[in-house]
Structure formats: C-alpha cells, structure tokens
Design a protein around this ligand. Sequence first.
Ligand code: NAD
Length: 445
Amino acid sequence: MSRISVMGVGFVGLVTGACFADKGHQVACIDVDREKVDVINRGQSPIFERGLDELLQRNIGKGLRATLDARQAIVDSDMTFIAVGTPFDGQHIDLTYIKECARVIGEALREKQGYHVVVVKSTVVPGTTDRVVRPILEQASGKKAGVDFGLGMNPEFLTEGEAVSDFMDPDRIVSGGIDERSQSALEAVYEGFPGLRLRTNNSTAELIKYASNALLANLISFSNEFANLATALGDIDAAEVMRGLHSSRYLTTVLPNGEQIVPPITSFLMGGCGFGGSCLPKDVSALAAQGRQLGLPMKILSGVLDVNLHQHEQVFRLLGKHFSSLEGRRIVVLGLAFRPDTNDMRESPAIPIVKRLVAEGARVTGYDPVAGHEAQKIFGDTLPLASNLEAALEGAEALVIVTRWAEFQRVPELLKKSGERPLVVDGRRLLAKDSVARYEGIGLG
Ligand code: NAD
C-alpha cells in the first residue's frame, strides 16, 4: 500500500485517484476548486463517467478523500501525481497549471523528511518534465532530483466514457523516470494492474503519448479526406471503401474457422464530421507547435488539423442539397458531446455546427443523453434542449447526427412510428442509409 496524492480532480486525476484507492492505496485528491472537492467528499462525481460514482461511494472516507490543502496532502504522501490541464494557448502548450503544481510540490517537499516521488501524468510536450518541472521542484524545495526525490512521467491513455475500465485494465503502463528508483516506485503503485510495462526516460514517455494521439487524429483526418474525395467523385460510398480497407490482412485477421478479428483501430478509419475532445485537437496542435519551434514543421500534423478544421462544413454541404436557405428551418442536432458516453463538450464538432446553424437563422434544438448541462454553459438560451429523443424528433425538418450515441439507432424506428420524414444528415454514418426516408451521410457520393 502506498500513500498517494493527486493534483487535479479532472477526468484523469479523479479517475486515477479513485482507481488507486479501490486497489487499496491511501489517496488524497487535491484541487483548487472547492465545489468539486465538496462534491467528491460527498461520494459523488462532478463528471459523468461510467462506474465512477460507485468507486467514489465505495472508497470515499476510507482510502480516498479530496482536499484543498495541497501542502498537507503532499507531505502526508510518498508519491504525487500531477494531473492538471495542459491547454493549447493558440501558439504553444500552456504550462501554467503544471508550473504552479511543481512550485506547490517543491515548497511542500522543503518541509518533508524522507524520499518522495513526483510523477507528471498530464500530457506535456517532450522535455517538460526534465527541463521545466525539475528545475522548479529543485528551486522550490532546495533539494536535488535523483537524490532527495524521484521524478517520473506516466502518460495516461484512458478514453473518456471508458475511463474507469481503461484505467483498471490498461493496455500499457509507461514508467518514465530520471532514474531506476523513480521508475521502480512508479511500477510498484501499479502492482496488480494488467498491461504491458515499458520503462523509458521522461522525454520518451512524453512522446509516446503524443505519438499515440497523433496516430488516431491522422487516421480520422485520412478517412475524412477520402470521404470528401468519394463525395466529389460521386457514385462511391466512402463507408464501403473503408470496409474494403479494413479487410486488409494488415488490419483484419481471418482465423482458420473463418472468424474475422477486426481490430478496434478500424473505428478511427471511418469518415465523419471531425474529431474533438479535450485531447486530440490540443495535443496535435501542441506537438506541431513544438516541431515548428525546433525548425521542423510537422507537415502531416498540420494537414491533419487543417482537414479537421473544415470537416464539419460537410454537414452544411449536405443540408444545402435540400434547403436553399436554413432561415427558419427547424433543425435538430442529435449529440452534443465530442464522443458518446461522456458529457465532455470540449472542442466538440457540435459547437461550430450549432453556432453556424444559429448564425444562418435556423430554429435549432439540441439533444444529448447527458451533455445538456454542459451545452447550456456554452450556448445559453441560443440552443433550446429537448428532454428526450422522442421530443427532439417532433416536427423536425432535418436531423443532424453529430455524436455516435447508441440511443440514436432508434431514430428510424421512431420516425416510422410517427410517420414524419425529416432529412437525416448522418455526421457519423451511424444509421443504415436505407433505414430512413431521406438520408444523407458524410462520404456518400
Ligand atoms: P480537467 O481540465 O478535466 O481537470 C484539471 C483539474 O485540475 C481541474 O479540476 C482544475 O481545477 C485542477 N487544477 C488546476 N490547477 C490546479 C492546482 N494548482 N492544484 C490542484 N488542482 C488544480 O483535465 P483532464 O481532462 O483531467 O486532463 C488533465 C491532463 O491529462 C491533461 O494534460 C490532458 O491532456 C491529459 N489527459 C486527458 C485525458 C482525457 O480524456 N481527459 C486523457 C489522457 C490524458
């Protein structure tokens, strides 16, 4: 059992803290947001994440607590994870929160007796842990990394919506560290977790995370460029092209009994209305910016971002085939979160889509199974929300599917029942093209 403190109770920090506590560690989750700390200490999750409420209820007040008192929590622990946000400021990665954490930890370490390990879990560009975090820690503590305290980098690969199961059942655990002692301490807290183990230096650990996210973003923009080409060529369905691609033996394995093992990566090889979320857009932007700073313009990544920036315009091209103007049209946006099973709306493609629909004078309604509250923070009164799917569909002239929520598979059945025939613009190719009377899908030439 280790004594762990985690700075930041966002998606990553809270899941990390709750899962470690469930494995028997003593965990203090630190944040500067009093409201979040209070909610967590009542055993509730401030974010929508499957299984997280149950984990909190099981562990809060036992091995898990949330606190505003960073100094005490750090002094009372043996290892501190930094899991605060690392936004992109338009030019570079913004390390303000990381630097502040390093300062606070350093000051606490000045008072602490004994060895402590500091681990960066936030996604940070290569070099940050060694060249930004380390000097701040050393200066604020008056101690030496590698002698008085350890320093590691442990990137997080969880996907929102699957965060608890991803954390509990990881594919890999990367233990970056300045020395063997830091790496071993990090591996020790993951004892009992499945997954491959990789030991690296800190910069390598940092770049593994970016390489992983950049690949996924690449695959999405690659598929979207093909979808747009299929559309321009006409008479080609990009979804069929992608299914043909998925059948390559480099992707799909056919067992001797004929069973096909389709790898999950193929879910990123499918045209749609673009990627969003709190990671892919900002991480690809931050890495491309770092490349530029080093005199290495990362041309592929710039292309990935450029395709993504414009991809939601396909929705308007499809609407434009049926409506000469959107003025006064009753249009329903189905799905507001950036992906299903989460209420996170950061960088969701729904944001530019709703904003443009409103700007073009459409009467827009939104519906999302869980992201309504987050949507209200962004759109306020400009986006009325339907309380359920049935209510959302009533009287719609067009439906725009933006998020792959499983619930939206009921749309054909509900429309059949009501007899209504709105245009369906499928931004995720979720529905079969012949399942509704009037269908348009991205990549359907
Ligand atoms: P988040 O924005 O949801 O949460 C960050 C939290 O840090 C907030 O609660 C904020 O109040 C708190 N915070 C800010 N300054 C603080 C300080 N000085 N002391 C204590 N707490 C402080 O962020 P997130 O989505 O959990 O992401 C955190 C990091 O993990 C980012 O670098 C992100 O790129 C990375 N990451 C995120 C995901 C994901 O799916 N969200 C997945 C993998 C990696």
